[in-house]
Structures are given as structure tokens and as C-alpha cells.
Design a protein around this ligand. Sequence first.
Ligand code: MG
Length: 462
Amino acid sequence: MRHIADIPADIPAVIAAVTILAAALPGAADGQQARPPSFVILLADDLGYGDLGCYGHPTIRTPSLDRMAAEGARFTQFYCAAPVCTPSRAALLTGRLPVRSGMCSEKRRVLFPDSADGLPDDEVTLAEALKTKGYATACIGKWHLGHLPRFLPARHGFDRYFGLPYSNDMHNVGRGDPPVPLLRGDEVIEQPARQEALTSRYTEEALRFIGENRDRPFFLYVAYTFPHVPLHASARFNGKSPRGLYGDVVEELDASVGEILGALREPGLAGRTLVVFSSDNGPWLTQGLAGGSAGLLREGKGSTWEGGMRVPGIAWWPGKVSAGRLITNVVSSLDVFPTFLTLAGIEPPRDRAIDGREVSALLLGTAAPPEAPFFYYRDETLMAVRKGPWKAHVLTRPGYGAAEPKRHDPPLLFQLERDPSEVHDVAKQHPEVVRDLLGEVERHRAGLRAPPSRLEARTART
Ligand code: MG
């Protein structure tokens, strides 16, 4: 049998997809009963594009993530699907723009401790889909898709849950918020959660889950609480990073990644697991030194400038994803859902729009996906579109602050390969590109039937 890396990139995509699927399943090549790969998503919270050693940070030390990138593939144009937590996580787990699930709102941008809603039952999550093929599933860390029992991870396909139901800063006494709870399953086991211990406890839980499920396919979703503010590091990391507390927190997260990858390198597990590392959105720049860096990208969290939505992205699957690859294609967290399902041999749901693209061929180095536009939403509002190297902003707004959105007619146009910092508007020089991108916006809007937001209903207080 030919090795998948030998398949020419120009063979028909459908044949490539089938071949890749067959080759990707461990045991398929030698006639053993196919066991689908396991999947791990490691998601940081508010980590910026410029916050890791392998993305150019000069003083934050991230040897484990740097090694992960050296052994796998590092993406230079990996996007989250929304510039804040709740909609970004909904998109990652469903492959659908948050505007389709109602998990975004201009008035309330994320769920709060007094929110009465959460991810709707009729959304199909990655965990639910993978369970149809016998995967063990666990969610460890920040959920933020509804804290009431009927919205917690157990109702969305996860066998196990350990973590915070929302952000670690959501304990506003004036608003009536309770101290931040730590949950196991649906039960609060600690309140307030000891935040300095969270990263190491998440690691322990992840290692236990991997150990207990080493003989079957599993899906592990580790959504770290940090480096979202307030920053907390354990005694082992506190005060150690030249970058200060933000660096301590990221370096502890890096060590956690190192322990999890170490477990997946052990005999019996090696080569069986695809791991993806990313961040839910860009850095929270208004937090001063407690916020991260988007590197050369403009703006941060809350904004549809590149710094709000282009984030670190690393894929690791020794023996399948070639070591040391730099992938410059545009991909997004929306692509994770259809890609994992394809690699598991599961048909994605056909009764709904899936916005992500299946990119296993890109990951495995056999073919690039066809070009497709990427849409930048701030809440329900479509702000910008990217196609190839071109990005047109029809609206802009700062990540935080009261400024009204600024409408651009004609749109601002940037060539991101030449101008990744979005400084030089070239709309006047390229009217044909502007027309093409506006056409994409119109086609997208015409095809979208968005439900009302589900983020605004609040629980009655007694
Ligand atoms: Mg976040």
C-alpha cells in the first residue's frame, strides 16, 4: 500500500478523502480491525497569537508547546470563530457559526452566572457525534455554554466533567454573582474554587482519564481556565517567569501540555491520538500587563481585527502529521468538528449547515483544501470577510469600550500576507477585489437563517 504522503496532491479530492480516511485509521494498513484515532483539544483562554515561544514571544518559556510544534504542525493563520468565550466555544464544539446556534448577542456577549440559557439541546457537539462510535468523552476545565444543569457537559455528550462552568472572573458581588464554583459532573465540589490549583488539577484529571481509557478511542477536551484574568499560578511557577505573573500562568499551562503529551507518547498510546492546541480568542489587551499579546497583529479579544481572532494553532499526531510542518493555509476552529468526524469515520450531520471545512488532507500533508471565504462576526453582526490573502472590513469596532461600530463604505481592504498588521488600506487600488468580497458577504447573508440570541434571558433572583 502506498504511504499517504506519496499521494500526489492533484488526484480527485473525493478519492483522496477516502484514501486518507482509510490510511488514518490505526490498524487499517495491516488488516487489523480498524480502531479510530483518539482526539484531544487543549484550549487556552485569552492566549494571544504572540504569547508562545514558538510564535515569537521573547520571554515566555514554552518548551512543551514548542516541542509539540516541532513534532507536529504549526499554523500561522488559525482562527477562532468569535472573539469572545461563549460563541467561540460553541463554534469549536459544533462546527457552526455561533449566529446559527443563538450563542452570540450584541447586548450580552457571553453567558453570565445569572444567565438562564445555554447551548441548545438540538446542537450536535463533537462529543455527542463521537459517542455514536463508542468514544469515551471528557470535558475538563471551563465550559461556558450554560451553567444550569440542563446545559452542562453531561447534556452535550460528555461522560465526565470537572471544571468551572464559566469564566474565573465572574464573581461580581454587586451583580449578585456567587463565588466561582468548581464542579464535578453537575455537583459543586468547591466554592470559591482555589484558582491557583486549577491548572494542576486539570492535568491530573486529564492524565487519569487517558490512563483509564487507554484501550479504547477517547475524546478529551481540556479547556484551561487561564490565562484569562484573574491570573493565578501555583507555588511551583509563581514568580518564576521574566514576563511576570502572566508568564508564570502560561508557563504552568505549557507544563500541563507537556505532561499530557508525555502520557500520549507512552507505549500502547503512541501514534493513536491527534492533539490540537489553540486559544478561544485573542488577548485581553485592556487588562494591561495581566493581558497577553497578539504579536504583530492588530487589536485583541472582542475585536474582529486579526489580533482578536487569529490565535496559536498546533496539531500533533506523530506518524501521521509530519514533524516540523508550518501550515500557512487559512483554517479555523470551525474546521475541527468535520475533520475529527471524518478521521473517526463518522458522517457529519446532514440536517443543518456545518460552517467548518473538512481539512484532514491538509493536516496529513496530501492536499490543500479549496479556497473558501472566512467570516468575522462580532456577536450577531458580520464585520469582515477574508478570501485568500484579502480581508474586507465592512464594520470595525474596538474590542472593548463604548465606541459605536464604524461603517466602511467602501470597505477597508487589507492584503494580509503583505500587511498582517492591517495598517495599509488598499481598497482604492483593488475595486475588483472589494466587489468580489462584498459578493461573498451578500451570498452568506442570503443563506443565513439565524435564530434569536439565547444569551440575554436571565434567571429570576429570589
Ligand atoms: Mg476567552
